[in-house]
Design a protein around this ligand. Structure first.
Ligand SMILES: Nc1ncnc2c1ncn2[C@@H]1O[C@H](COP(=O)(O)OP(=O)(O)OP(=O)(O)O)[C@@H](O)[C@H]1O
Ligand SMILES: [Mg+2]
Length: 227
């Protein structure tokens, strides 16, 4: 199962949703074992196309090519090249780091195919989709394409111009907004499949690099049904 998380406006909480979803799925996996790509282990895999997942989870990212390098390589890249990028970030959870450089779109469909064939659920942080490109190709190829948004007029008015359709919306709820889930669904043309609170404890956990151990139970409960 390939699940993509993306936004149309920066800073809404997309990376935190991707990380929290993958942490939840990794915890739920019966074996909580880390396994290589195409292994038959349980758990989850995070793929970072936006560049903030390592910092969000408080792990140092290795120097090296990452997914950007894989996308830039030729078709003769070794079959295990993707698996070699994976680093363990939490029990049962691996991370494919973004690496530096642009995201070339030519091999994005091939990457989506490999990630879809993975035994574990793969959660991709596609970041803000400003237009066509590798991240949009992967979001469009995902079994679940999740728009992460606030109930924010300035964000919602951009949804129609997004390069992909959402299959569901994750709403990051803020106190005092005049727009609600119905307005979000109308704008996105997709159902709100999860509502998460804007919780200062989450922001503090991210700032401390401790999201993996301090993910609120309410987030886990809400996200469990998403993949
Ligand atoms: N549910 C939440 N409750 C509290 N703080 C949150 C929540 N989600 C995200 N944050 C905080 O908001 C900030 C932005 O979050 P995040 O990096 O996930 O957004 P983003 O949409 O991925 O941003 P970007 O567009 O830059 O990639 C971070 O400081 C994060 O800790
Ligand atoms: Mg982000």
């Amino acid at each position: 199962m390939l699940v993509s998380c993306w936004s149309v406006k920066g800073g809404v909480g997309t990376t935190v949703v991707a990380a929290a979803l993958a942490l939840t799925l990794a915890r739920d996996g019966p074996g909580r074992r880390s396994a290589g790509l195409h292994g038959n282990g349980h758990g989850a895999l995070l793929a970072d196309l936006a560049g903030d997942l390592g910092a969000t989870l408080g792990v140092a990212e290795p120097e090296g090519p990452g997914l950007a390098g894989w996308l830039a390589a030729g078709d003769d890249v070794p079959a295990d090249a993707l698996a070699r990028l994976e680093q363990p970030v939490a029990p049962g959870l691996g991370l494919l780091p973004r690496g530096s450089g642009g995201l070339r779109p030519q091999r994005a469909q091939a990457l989506a195919g490999l990630l879809s064939a993975e035994d574990r659920t793969v959660v991709v942080d596609c970041g803000r989709l400003g237009g066509p490109g590798a991240a949009a190709v992967i979001a469009a190829a995902s079994q679940r394409s999740l728009l992460v948004t606030r109930a924010c007029y300035l964000g919602l008015r951009r949804v129609g111009a997004a390069p992909v359709d959402a299959s569901g919306v994750v709403l990051v709820r803020e106190v005092g907004r005049s727009l609600g889930p119905r307005d979000v669904e109308d704008a996105a043309g997709a159902p709100v499949v999860a509502e998460l609170a804007l919780d200062p404890a989450v922001a503090r956990a991210v700032d401390a690099g401790l999201l993996a151990t301090r993910l609120p139970r309410s987030f886990e409960r809400t996200l469990r049904s998403l993949a």
